[in-house]
Design a protein around this ligand. Structure first.
Ligand code: ZN
Ligand code: ZN
Length: 556
């Protein structure tokens, strides 16, 4: 047994933001930790989601024993439905994490029933040559765990995402004792979250958000609209609690916000005070000073509930002069334009929009800063260290941090990138080549409110369905659309009646444009997304094909 090698293979999330996935192999047996997705940036126009390439795992399919999940953030579980449609293995995770995946699976059509195994912290499961203990950690989402994987060559400790919150709002403490126990017995390799490696000091406790929120609730004279990630159960709980204290009822708006709130409530992770919920359609009926709104869409996603509210195109909620809008989340790099455009819309109609960093904070990070990273390193004292979750600069900072600590026993730190292979045997550890990795782009319905069938396809195979460019000319001064939209296509050939089809598609787009209000028309992000969604629906319905659709808006 001892001449078998141990391999640790990051398949996503190292040297890139999101898409976290790591394989651990001993001999032939493989377990996979997390399977996350990445939100596409502007470089991947026309694509909804990005997932890690599974070629390496598919090549070794018969040896993949299980998928283990640390927590329910999209960058850790977003690719699980795709993973399971390709590789059918048992999935281990906490009840909340599995419930979030179950919700996503409704949009997929899996051949096999998923094999879910609910775990609780301190539980140990045996999978082939591995023994895995789940250890509770604090993070911005509830029910997060680290994994201690005991292999015949030693223990690999994978922190998942974490911060060390000494005063978590749900009083579920970070299980530092178990980390220390493993440290005392000896840890072969530590894999630790590097997201905030460039932040000195300690990350504030989730409790630090309360004073600012309380101040907002105590002085707001009209509606309070709070947007946070739908997975931020701690934050949602805070809004519910403050609404109760200050005599407001809460309307929960947005598909993901409603779904996740229900899941957390059903699992006993969210306490919803009796009679506090307001039906979305009643949000504008009650006196404004009696209403709070919890809404999804903090990142300015064009079709999200908050973006629709911002351009006054939401069926239930309007933002009016004197309302307070709170973005209780960070601004993810790459989303600045969309977020600021959304804020501008709301500011224009007279809302007081609070966002960004302030003191006391509107938002605190869920990731450890440098001092907490040191704490974990000092408790675990691994023989080898490999920073995970971060861009290359964060990984290398984290590695340097470990080397500066100089605790007894650290032999070497490895800064790996996605696809690099770390090999460990009884002689030691070393980088040992690469495995195939990459990205797969996914075409779904739309991200938030529109339920769509999810189609997995690789955008490299454009040749199959071609590309369609709807071209809209908008008058810069009047905001009016000039003429009928043009549609240019390449590789999207229609056998018969092509010109009739295109003419109808142009008419249909013209209706989409007419049906949009003035504010939407001035927001190109929103318009492009609407055009793309409507044209896609039309083309799929008429031809069952899925070309890449890239709307072009020309200012004339
Ligand atoms: Zn993460
Ligand atoms: Zn996370």
């Amino acid at each position: 047994m001892l001449d078998k090698k141990l391999q640790v293979i990051p398949l996503g999330g190292l040297g890139e933001f999101g898409m976290n996935m790591t394989a651990i192999r001993f001999g032939d047996d493989i377990i996979v930790i997390d399977s996350g997705m990445m939100f596409p940036d502007a470089e991947l126009l026309g694509v909804d989601l990005v997932m890690p390439d599974l070629s390496f795992l598919k090549e070794n399919q018969e040896h993949v024993r299980a998928l283990l999940l640390t927590h329910g953030h999209e960058d850790h579980i977003g690719a699980v439905p795709y993973f399971l449609s390709e590789i059918d293995v048992p999935v281990y995770g906490t009840a909340f994490t599995l419930a979030l995946i179950d919700r996503r699976l409704e949009e997929y059509d899996l051949e096999h029933e998923p094999r879910f195994h609910k775990v609780t912290p301190k539980q140990i499961v045996e999978i082939g040559p591995f023994k895995v203990e789940f250890i509770h950690v604090t993070h911005s989402i509830v029910s997060s765990v680290a994994l201690a994987v005991t292999t015949p060559l030693g223990v690999i400790l994978h922190t998942g995402d974490f911060k060390v919150d000494p005063t978590p709002t749900d009083n579920e403490l970070f299980d530092l004792h178990t980390f220390a126990d493993y440290g005392k017995r000896g840890v072969l390799l530590l894999l630790s979250d590097s997201t905030n490696a460039d932040r000195a000091g300690y990350t504030e406790s989730e409790r630090a958000v309360r004073p600012r929120m309380e101040e907002i609730f105590s002085r707001a004279e009209r509606r309070v609209v709070v947007s946070c990630f739908s997975s931020s159960i701690h934050r949602i709980q805070l809004v519910l609690d403050l609404a109760q204290e200050y005599g407001r009822r809460v309307a929960v708006i947005g598909r993901s916000m409603v779904a996740v709130t229900e899941i957390a409530h059903s699992l006993g992770l969210l306490n919803i005070p009796d009679g506090i919920l307001l039906r979305p359609q009643d949000a504008m009926e009650l006196a404004a000073e009696k209403v709070a709104v919890l809404i999804s869409g903090t990142q300015g996603e064009p079709m999200s509930a908050l973006s629709r509210v911002a351009v006054d195109n939401h069926k239930n909620v309007s933002v009016e002069s004197g309302d307070t809008v709170v973005l209780s989340s960070r601004i993810i790099p790459g989303n600045e334009k969309a977020i600021f455009r959304m804020i501008d819309h709301m500011a224009r109609r007279g809302a007081d929009v609070l966002y960004g960093s302030m003191n006391p904070p509107l938002h605190v990070s869920g990731h450890a800063s440098v001092e907490e990273m040191k704490l974990v390193l000092n408790l675990v004292r691994p023989r080898f260290f490999m920073p995970i979750h971060g861009e290359f600069r964060q990984l290398s900072k984290h590695a340097r941090l470990a080397e500066h600590l100089r605790f007894a026993g650290l032999e070497e730190s490895f800064v790996l990138e996605t696809g690099d292979l770390l090999e460990i045997d009884h002689h030691g550890a070393r980088k040992a080549g690469r495995v195939p990795v990459g990205r797969v782009c996914i075409d779904s319905g739309s991200v938030d409110d529109v339920v769509g069938e999810v189609v997995i396809r690789d955008r490299r195979h454009l040749s199959e369905d071609g590309i369609v460019l709807p071209v809209i000319a908008i008058n810069r001064h009047t905001g009016r659309v000039e003429g009928l939209p043009e549609i240019v296509s390449r590789g999207f050939a229609l056998a018969e009646d092509g010109s009739v089809f295109m003419q109808n598609a142009r008419q249909m787009l013209s209706k989409t444009l007419e049906g949009s209000n003035q504010e939407e028309k001035t927001d190109w992000g929103v318009m492009k997304e609407k055009i793309r969604a409507d044209l896609k629906r039309y083309i799929v319905k008429e031809t069952s094909r899925r070309p890449l659709i890239m709307p072009v808006i020309l200012e004339v």
